[in-house]
Design a binder for this molecule. Structure first.
Ligand code: 6CS
Length: 374
């Protein structure tokens, strides 16, 4: 009797131990709850935990920018990272990367296209040779001079957010939004006040054939460079002039090696929030919605950020007595003179440049007229 009881006790202990062991190993049910590997586009997360309600798998995205910490693009990526982390309870983290971490602007664009990074802030000027229609942002006096109206066009335009987006997607780049970093100004040592002042100047441009055309019309020669090489080129006078928003002229110290800044209102700087197309298409519906909704919310945020930075940039240049810079504001008559040279380039672009979609041009022109005339 006693022997039987002992055997029973040993058996019970064995059954209990097995139960405890299975409970400790039991990951099968959890996997079903979190959606497993498949819901994460096939990526190993290294963890089964997600957001507090299990909606998002743990993952990390890399967000490369063309600017340094403190500048508009980098601060945009940092703000996007904060919002994503907060909305997903820390399940998704985003690493903002500054210019240079992964090469030049052209290298970064290629990296996004190959899926080496998930997100990038990209200036259309660096893929102008690939996505011909993206060159539309290089036309002078085409978008409204007022950055607020330009931001409205960039946010609302169907020609840009649907038609141009599709053109970029043929090259594995999905632009989720277009936004301005503010009005661009020209810097030089000669003081540009009329188109003829450009004659003989060597202008720095990005990788866009149309930028060449715009400056060629004024009589300048052009040279493509990454902005990281521009300070030295201006200092050594291998390049004579460049264009950028005021915050960037100040933070890259271009005003130190240039005598004048012309407030020309010829164009607003445009940047795009982009994602690798395949990567984005593989996201879950909840992830896509999270990204799109955050990008949409940030249109107003980035507009205020560039405004603040451009105002501070101008003030810093004016107060930099060690590096005095003459600031020339073009009069309405002077602007009309520039327009008379720049506007024929719009038609040349529409009708002559290979690979340009004239319908996209016409549609965007109509949308601009509608918004500017409101
Ligand atoms: O001039 C450029 O190329 C740089 N300018 C700005 C405002 N942002 C990044 C870009 O690479």
């Amino acid at each position: 009797m006693i022997i039987f009881n002992k055997k029973l006790l040993v058996l019970l202990i064995a059954i209990l131990s097995l139960g405890l062991f299975l409970a400790a190993c039991g990951g099968g049910d959890n996997e079903e709850e979190t959606g497993g590997e498949e819901a994460n586009g096939g990526e190993e997360t290294g963890s089964e935990e997600g957001s507090s309600d299990g909606e998002f798998e743990e993952q990390e995205w890399r967000f490369v920018t063309e600017e340094l910490q403190g500048e508009v693009q980098y601060e945009y990526a940092a703000e996007f990272a904060n919002r994503i982390e907060e909305k997903t309870g820390g399940a998704i983290t985003v690493e903002p990367l500054e210019y240079g971490a992964l090469g030049s602007e052209v290298d970064q664009a290629q990296l996004l296209q190959q899926g080496g990074v998930e997100l990038a802030v990209m200036s259309p000027g660096f893929t102008g040779g690939q996505v011909q229609d993206g060159q539309i942002f290089s036309l002078h006096y085409f978008f409204p001079a007022d950055p607020e109206l330009t931001q409205k066009v960039l946010t609302e335009s169907e020609a840009l957010n649907t038609d141009l987006r599709a053109k970029y997607e043929e090259h594995s780049i999905t632009p989720l939004s277009f936004w301005t970093e503010g009005a661009m100004a020209w810097t030089s040592n000669v003081g540009i006040e009329s188109p003829s002042d450009w004659e003989g100047l060597n202008m720095r441009v990005q990788e866009s054939p149309l930028m060449r055309e715009s400056y060629d019309a004024y009589g300048a020669t052009v040279q493509s460079l990454s902005w990281g090489e521009l300070y030295t080129a201006l200092d050594r006078e291998t390049v004579d002039a460049q264009e950028n928003p005021l915050f960037f002229i100040e933070s890259a110290s271009f005003h130190e090696v240039q005598d004048t800044i012309t407030i020309s209102n010829h164009n607003n700087y445009v940047a795009m929030t982009t994602v690798n197309t395949d990567w984005f298409n593989q996201r879950t519906d909840a992830e896509k919605q999270l990204i799109e909704e955050t990008v949409a919310e940030m249109q107003d945020w980035v507009f205020e950020e560039q405004k603040r930075q451009n105002e501070a940039g101008l003030k810093a240049i004016e107060e930099d007595t060690d590096n005095p810079t003459e600031i020339i504001e073009l009069t309405d008559e002077q602007i009309e003179e520039f327009k008379s040279v720049a506007e024929p380039v719009h038609e040349f672009y529409r009708n002559e440049v290979e690979g340009i979609d004239p319908d996209l041009f016409d549609k965007l022109k109509g949308e601009i007229e509608e918004i500017a005339g409101e």
